[in-house]
Design a protein around this ligand. Structure first.
Ligand SMILES: [Zn+2]
Length: 391
């Protein structure tokens, strides 16, 4: 451990203070920075020169003849990549958490990992080119995948939604594709981070985030940190047993939550009436238009989720529960029955735990991948500002 009061550490912490002020308040003159930070004008001036030389800040006019300092738009960017069962998404954000560019491309569920990596790599290079930022300004790359990632081997576990990725080592593959280190997290963990930074979980340090889409997974934030469990595979709430004699799940067990609340559970009973190719999006739209059958299957999924969420609340006592993923777009049709069961099964002190709809929709995971990078790059960034991610 280095001496926390060494001159180098002090200078680093002063730099962080100034960068934080610029992020929180926008452009400021050096005099304003000195007043707000409590640092001497000489120290502010010296650090400002250093930050300007390194490209972290730039001079901007403030109308009068005085110039102000502002975070440089190209000081650095975070890259987020997310794969779900049908798309790959890429987002690029500056260090002030402004999203500069986003793109998404369809991807077949049965694609091979190499194909997905290649497409995402191409999208990242194109978007960086579009926003005019060279790769040397990329402070980090975060990537989300719909499945558990084993920390010890770097492999995607066998309950992943994308069959072509099982056993693949995505961190190594994407690092090689882009020539940079990449952090990979499962999609539900990233959804939890994004909702904490930008969404319905802001300010929350104990959060249960449940993603309900093709699969069902949870992201746990405990004591302000993502909880990975042994080997990093925590959060497989979709494979909690609901009925031991229920239908066989893709994980090989019977009667898992996902069998009752995943996309197939919602779609299967409706195919006779709405056709074999009916999608979750269509079912949600029909339910919102008053279709009783669609409302019923979504409510049934909500009740199954509610039971397992109550058990998880009893175990972990989160401050808030956020439901995200494609099915969360059903809103109260899903959440009202979910809450009813969750309240009935939770212990008395936890019955009032708020259960909220995620607000970031299909962007949650790719924004979470960006948030993962920004959290890791604390040397140069500070807490995110309030408000939605800018477009
Ligand atoms: Zn299962």
């Amino acid at each position: 451990m280095s001496d926390p009061t060494s001159p180098a550490d002090l200078r680093q912490s002063n730099r962080e203070r100034l960068l934080y002020l610029l992020r929180a308040h926008g452009a400021m003159t050096q005099a304003q920075l000195a007043r707000a930070s409590g640092l001497s004008p000489a120290t502010v001036s010296s650090i400002a020169r250093e930050l300007r030389d390194e490209g972290w800040v730039e001079d901007v006019g403030t109308g009068g003849k005085r110039t102000a300092l502002s975070l440089s738009r190209t000081a650095g960017v975070a890259v987020g990549i997310d794969f779900d069962h049908s798309h790959v998404r890429v987002a690029i954000a500056d260090l002030a958490h402004n999203v500069l560019a986003e793109a998404s491309e369809p991807l077949d569920v049965d694609h091979e990992a190499e194909e997905g990596i290649g497409l995402a790599g191409k999208m990242v290079r194109e978007l960086l080119h579009d926003v005019g930022v060279g790769q040397e300004r990329v402070t980090g790359i975060g990537m989300g995948l719909p499945g558990p990632l084993r920390r010890d081997t770097g492999e995607i576990g066998d309950s992943a939604i994308l069959p072509g990725w099982i056993g693949a080592r995505p961190e190594a593959m994407m690092s090689e594709e882009l020539g940079m280190a990449v952090r990979v997290e499962n999609d539900a963990n990233l959804g939890a981070l994004a909702e904490i930074v930008w969404g319905a979980g802001r300010g929350c340090s104990e959060l249960l985030y449940v993603k309900v889409a093709s699969g069902v997974g949870a992201g746990l934030v405990l004591n302000g940190r993502l909880y990975g469990g042994h080997a990093g595979t925590a959060g497989e709430i979709g494979h909690v047993t609901v009925d031991e004699s229920g239908p066989v799940c893709r994980c090989g067990n019977r009667g898992c939550l996902e069998v009752y609340a995943g996309a197939d559970a919602v779609l299967e009973p409706l195919r006779r009436r709405h056709g074999a190719r009916v999608t979750l999006r269509q079912v949600i739209a029909l339910a919102q238009e008053g279709d009783l059958g669609c409302q019923r299957v979504i409510a049934d999924a909500g009740r199954s989720l509610g039971m397992t969420i109550a058990g998880t609340c009893n175990l972990l006592a989160p401050e808030r529960v956020i439901v995200g993923g494609e099915l969360a777009a059903a809103g109260e049709i899903l959440l009202e029955p979910l809450r009813t069961i969750a309240q009935r099964s939770a212990i008395a002190s936890l019955r009032a735990t708020p259960v909220l709809q995620g607000v970031l929709g299909e962007r949650a995971e790719v924004l979470g991948a960006v948030a993962l990078v920004l959290r890791e790059s604390r040397r140069y960034v500070a807490e995110p500002p309030a408000g939605q991610p800018a477009m």
